[in-house]
Design a binder for this molecule. Structure first.
Ligand code: DX5
Ligand code: ZN
Length: 222
């Protein structure tokens, strides 16, 4: 069960006035991925940031940019996020009428394609496009804000998705986002997650090097 688990800190809870500094601190903390929450005020009731900020930060770090698009019509912005330097682009299934086509376009741009599912969206809808996905993101809170409580039935969804991926003999990653803490991260990984996003439980507890280590330890504890 103890595979290489990736912790992807969500910058939503970081200091937006000092992103360069935050990224440097994450590098020093041996973090490999960083999670960008892009919100449009339509798909979710909050607005955050977009390609220009990501592009500026791209010049400052080589961290893997895990970009979570909580926006309507994501297909209109794929080129802009490619230009901004996204390594992975995750679109919400709920925002794409032609999900297969959007995923193919992301792949054609040379970006790793991922699909996010809101809490109420069943994992079964991904059955046929699973082989095209680098990662599936299970939302364990309703998207829009950091600091919410983990929805317990998400564990069932992670287990179900893990089974689907294994049955098809795929290596698609499972990422879990929302309400992840030192207390529940082990059960999330045991259910089958490979990547865990942490916003408030990470950034509100500096130093980040120590916090990163605490997450790894919480996953490996007996
Ligand atoms: C919520 C975002 C999350 C958020 C997680 O819509 O997708 O990435 O930053 O924050 P925490 O870890 O505080 O729930
Ligand atoms: Zn997110």
């Amino acid at each position: 069960m103890q595979k290489n688990i990736i912790i992807s800190p969500s910058l939503l809870s970081s200091d937006f006035a000092n992103l360069e500094k935050e990224l440097k601190l994450l590098e020093q903390a041996s973090v490999k991925w960083v999670h960008w929450d892009v919100m449009d005020g339509h798909f979710v009731p909050n607005i955050t940031l977009g390609p220009p900020i990501i592009k500026k930060c791209r010049q400052k770090t080589s961290l893997f940019f895990d970009v979570h698009l909580m926006i309507e019509h994501p297909e209109k912005y794929l080129n802009a996020f490619k230009d901004a330097g996204a390594d992975l682009l995750c679109v919400h299934a709920e925002t794409c009428t032609h999900l297969d086509s959007v995923v193919s376009k992301i792949d054609e741009l040379g970006i790793k394609p991922a699909v996010a599912l809101n809490p109420h969206t069943p994992v079964e809808i991904l059955k046929y496009i699973l082989p095209k996905l680098y990662m599936v993101l299970i939302m364990s809170v309703n998207p829009g804000f950091g600091g919410q409580k983990f929805i317990p039935y998400s564990i069932h969804k992670i287990k179900k998705l893990r089974k689907m991926i294994d049955q098809q003999g795929l290596d698609t990653l499972i990422e879990v986002d929302g309400g992840v803490t030192l207390e529940n991260v082990k059960s999330i990984v045991e259910a089958g997650a490979n990547v865990v996003v942490s916003g408030s439980a990470f950034f509100k507890h500096p130093p980040y090097k120590k916090r990163h280590r605490e997450f790894i330890e919480a996953i490996s504890k007996k």
